[in-house]
Design a protein around this ligand. Structure first.
Ligand code: NAP
Length: 539
């Protein structure tokens, strides 16, 4: 491959932070441009999210045939998926295969965390410091740090005194954990917990689930992937991928045309039931066009899920506790499960409401809430992430005049297209705040950003520009647009991680762009075609 020889003096054309789905593909494209690139990765292997999240039951809730790179027709044809929804080990095997196939590892430095990235205006270069004390310089700094890679562990009093072992779902031990015969406490009931709890319950002596907010969850209906279906999809991949790229959420489904309120209640329930039986993240979301925008329409689907919970969970008090009521359906990330609600019918699973009686402290032998004590041998923190901004702000990033990104974003993230931010020239973010990212099939959004950045770099190199950054006006207008579109939806009504509401003190801003990946792509393409309208370019 051209341009991959490491130059002397630790100087690169491009430094990429992170070797997950985005960093890996970015490296591949940078090489094609003939740029000398180095990727720094904190883990000891590729995979990002799929490297760290090894908790029992971890799997993607976008179907495997769609949650995969589309940039190489050979790759998409040769890889065989085994299940409708891929498990974490299978995705990690796939990503390792990609790393081998495109010979990525020789430009990835593992076990290395980037500590700071400072822009030097006199040289138009970024100075990058890693945690082994090495310093590098680069023309382009590309943040491929992921949206959900800064784990959030609430600072409970007394954790240090706990005699058992504790784990965070996003930092799971590589050797796995044997919960046999143990009393296990799981804190949290988001997507990670909802996948882990049924698996842990099969092994542990007893599982106590500490729930603050119940979640809407739909069944995955996972199954082995039929080889005939795989063959059919592979035969029509170009059209299927294109449909995903132009869709709302990066998933190749036909958009719903009808309002939930224009059909009879009987037909509505039939449509929801058909979606429930299909399963998956788009199963109910994709039934009617106004579920995310009209409270009355939303209430119909919320009620449908509440009825399902009551039908599945035998104990009425537990069912009631598991029923979400105080935020609209889909405004916190919809969960997709395998036997989650059914698990509460097991005699070895107890649901504990920590909304009415919060966790007070961790004790040497368990956990105390304001009204009870629980004896535990192990604790699982399924408490989520400092999403979207967390991974970026964990690095000391400074732009022009030494301005820290943390300072610039005190009141919330501000970007142009979620790909760049004013005052930080030649820095790009893959799926940054202000882009569709977490509201979409991440692979589709990652490929779009990587390809857009690649085209942009080709343009800069071709015209010999030394510097690109968004204008303040373009950024302000984009931030306003992102907020405006979010406010047309019900999303801001939930205390979700999309809103930063899960992290004490974090500004309450809806961070992703809800306008849809197809419309967003078109906007990005127009801006590029217009000589990067809204960006300042200089020699
Ligand atoms: P999450 O959705 O943020 O859930 C965290 C859970 O911990 C919530 O139930 C939260 O309660 C609870 N919690 C946090 N602090 C607490 C405290 N101090 N006391 C009690 N409970 C507390 O995190 P996640 O489950 O790791 O999922 C994050 C995202 O990752 C998902 O939304 C999804 O986008 C992605 N993900 C995807 C998959 C998949 O593809 N299948 C799987 C896992 C994760 P509150 O709701 O009250 O804050």
């Amino acid at each position: 491959m051209p341009g991959s020889t490491t130059p002397p003096l630790a100087s690169f054309d491009a430094i990429v932070v992170g070797a997950g789905l985005s960093g890996m593909y970015m490296l591949h494209r940078l090489r094609e441009l003939g740029l000398a690139a180095r990727v720094f990765e904190a883990g000891s292997g590729v995979g990002g999210t799929w490297y760290w999240n090894r908790y029992p039951g971890a799997r993607c809730d976008v179907e495997s045939l769609d949650y995969s790179y589309s940039f190489s027709p050979e790759l998409e044809q040769e890889w065989e998926w085994t299940e409708r929804y891929p498990t974490q080990p299978e995705i990690l095997r796939y990503l390792n295969h990609v790393a081998d196939r495109f010979d990525l590892r020789r430009d990835i430095q593992f076990n290395t965390r980037v500590q700071h990235a400072h822009y030097d205006e006199s040289s138009n270069r970024w100075d990058v410091l890693t945690d082994d004390g090495q310093q590098y310089t680069t023309r382009y700094c590309i943040m491929a740090v992921g949206c959900l890679s800064a784990p959030n562990r609430p600072d409970f009093k007394g954790l240090d005194s706990f005699d058992g072992c504790w784990y965070h779902t996003g930092l799971w031990p590589h050797e796995g954990v044997d919960f046999s015969g143990l009393r296990v406490g799981v804190i949290g009931t988001g997507s990670s917990a909802i996948q882990a709890i049924p698996q842990i319950a099969k092994q542990a002596e007893h599982v106590y689930v500490f729930q603050r907010t119940p979640n809407y969850s739909v069944p995955a209906h996972n199954a082995p992937l039929d080889s005939e279906r795989q063959r059919q999809v592979k035969a029509t991949y170009p059209a299927r991928r294109q449909q995903a790229r132009l869709s709302r959420a990066g998933i190749p489904l036909d958009p719903p045309q009808r309002s939930a309120l224009e059909v009879t209640p009987e037909e509505r329930v039939q449509v929801f039931e058909a979606g429930w039986q299909r399963g998956g993240v788009g199963s109910l979301n994709g039934t009617f066009k106004d579920l995310a925008t009209n409270p009355e329409a939303n209430e119909t689907v919320a009620q449908f899920v509440r009825d399902k919970i009551r039908q599945i969970v035998h104990d009425p008090a537990t069912a009631e506790l598991l029923t979400p009521r105080d935020y609209p359906f889909g405004t916190k990330r919809l969960c997709v499960d395998i036997d989650y609600f059914e698990t509460y019918n097991r005699p070895n699973v107890t649901l504990v409401d920590v909304r009415s009686a919060p966790i007070q402290e961790i004790t040497p032998d368990g956990l105390r809430t304001t009204n009870a004590t629980y004896t535990l041998d192990a604790i699982v923190f399924a408490t989520g992430y400092d999403a979207m901004t967390g991974p970026l702000l964990a690095i000391d990033i400074r732009g022009c005049d030494g301005l820290a990104l943390k300072t610039k974003w005190t009141a919330g993230p501000r970007t142009y297209l979620g790909v760049a931010t004013a005052g930080f020239p030649n820095m790009f973010m893959i799926t940054g705040p202000g882009s569709p990212s977490v509201l979409s099939n991440m692979v589709v959004s990652i490929e779009q950003h990587v390809e857009w950045i690649t085209d942009c770099l080709r343009f800069l190199e071709g015209h010999r520009y030394a510097r690109i950054e968004p204008s303040q006006e373009a950024e302000d207008a984009w931030v306003e647009h992102v907020n405006e579109v979010a406010n047309l939806t019900l999303y801001p009504r939930a205390n979700s991680w999309y809103m930063g509401a899960n992290i004490p003190g974090k500004p309450r801003i809806f961070m992703p762009y809800v306008g849809g990946v197809g419309a967003y792509r078109q906007k990005c393409d127009e801006i590029a075609a217009n000589n990067y309208e809204g960006f300042r370019l200089s020699f």
